[in-house]
Design a protein around this ligand. Structure first.
Ligand SMILES: Cc1cc2nc3c(=O)[nH]c(=O)nc-3n(C[C@H](O)[C@H](O)[C@H](O)COP(=O)(O)OP(=O)(O)OC[C@H]3O[C@@H](n4cnc5c(N)ncnc54)[C@H](O)[C@@H]3O)c2cc1C
Length: 298
């Protein structure tokens, strides 16, 4: 680890000013579960490190007028323990519940997970599945955008479009109406604890009073640079009665899409094109169970 100057501001405004002042070579640190490894391995060599942990104003989970708002400094453990998230937003509850280990979940933050934008980020895959918005702040003001745009929009660097002096302050999404909408996440990993996702599959599905699918969104992490969308599978479900049989009809489409997208990775594609289907079978079963439509025996 190379030496650096260290600041621990007490307010977001102070943090943004410091970031702007040192933007040529600055890194912010939240839980440090990613950054400390990069500092130790000298993959990150900032001249200035700004610790965000005193910014209690960014540590919250609120539901306001049908919108769930989560501050960037909220830990995976806090999200996983939140009763409302568990009941209404299963995709995020499951993703955060399975991050790393208790120690990593107690330190690691949702803001760090999104800002890191790792291929295998579980919080990221869940939030993209929810079509979440992120709020970014700098001394120039605030901007809000869809996570999809945050990841790959105009001006995106290796990870995302965050500027060097910009903080991710909040992630937000519509509170699902669980009478008609279910969300689910299944993580396939090499073991149960301290394992990064081999595939992290998420789904949001909405049905009307007759069980007809009116909305479907499916994403899978660790299959490409960003959580992979499955628009053809979603289109296949919308307008049809949501049953396990109908959902299974999407699996060959998914198989072909994963094969096509990962052709350049022959060492993993044969495994991933098969296992993505197993992951989504679990996701489908959970969605149908939550909606009270069908109990699937596997
Ligand atoms: C043993 C181990 C197991 C892990 N297992 C998993 C796992 O199962 N699933 C998973 O998804 N991840 C896993 N991780 C990765 C990591 O724990 C998560 O990505 C975590 O959410 C990162 O959050 P953090 O607060 O620790 O980020 P930090 O390490 O503090 O920061 C990460 C990056 O984001 C930037 N950053 C942090 N907060 C902000 C902000 N608010 N605004 C702008 N930039 C910011 C930092 O500058 C840095 O570049 C694991 C890590 C370890 C070490």
């Amino acid at each position: 680890m190379r030496p650096f100057d260290f600041y621990a501001p007490a307010t977001v405004v102070e943090a943004l000013e410091l970031m702007h002042q040192h933007k040529e070579n600055v890194a912010v640190i939240a839980g440090g579960t990613d950054l400390v490894l990069e500092l130790n391995e000298r993959k990150a060599n900032p001249a200035v490190v700004i610790d965000l942990k005193k910014l209690k104003e960014l540590d919250y989970i609120r539901v306001e007028e049908g919108v769930v708002r989560i501050g960037a400094l909220t830990t995976h453990a806090a999200i996983a323990a939140d009763r409302q998230i568990e009941k209404y937003v299963r995709v995020l509850h499951e993703a955060c519940r399975q991050v790393g280990s208790p120690q990593i979940r107690n330190l690691g933050t949702i803001g760090g997970n999104l800002a890191q934008s790792s291929v295998a980020g579980d919080g990221l895959a869940a939030c993209v599945t929810l079509d979440a918005d992120v709020t970014l702040r700098s001394v120039r003001g605030e901007r809000r955008m869809k996570l999809d745009e945050f990841l790959a929009g105009e001006g995106a660097t290796r990870r995302n479009i965050l500027a060097a002096d910009e903080l991710l302050t909040e992630v937000s999404f519509a509170l699902p109406d669980i009478r008609h909408t279910a969300t689910a996440f299944y993580k396939l990993a090499k073991r149960k604890s301290l394992a990064i996702s081999v595939i992290g599959g998420g789904m949001v599905a909405t049905v009307d009073d007759n069980g007809i699918c009116t909305y479907a969104r499916m994403r899978a992490g660790a299959l490409g640079r960003y959580p992979m969308p499955f628009p053809t599978c979603e289109a296949h479900l919308v307008g049809k009665k949501l049953t396990y049989a109908t959902m299974l009809e999407t699996l060959p489409i998914m198989h072909d899409q994963v094969l096509e997208a990962n052709k350049s990775r022959p060492w993993s594609v044969f495994y991933k094109k098969e296992s993505v289907q197993g992951v989504f079978k679990k996701v489908f079963a959970d969605v149908l169970h939550q909606l009270g439509l069908e109990e699937v025996q596997e």
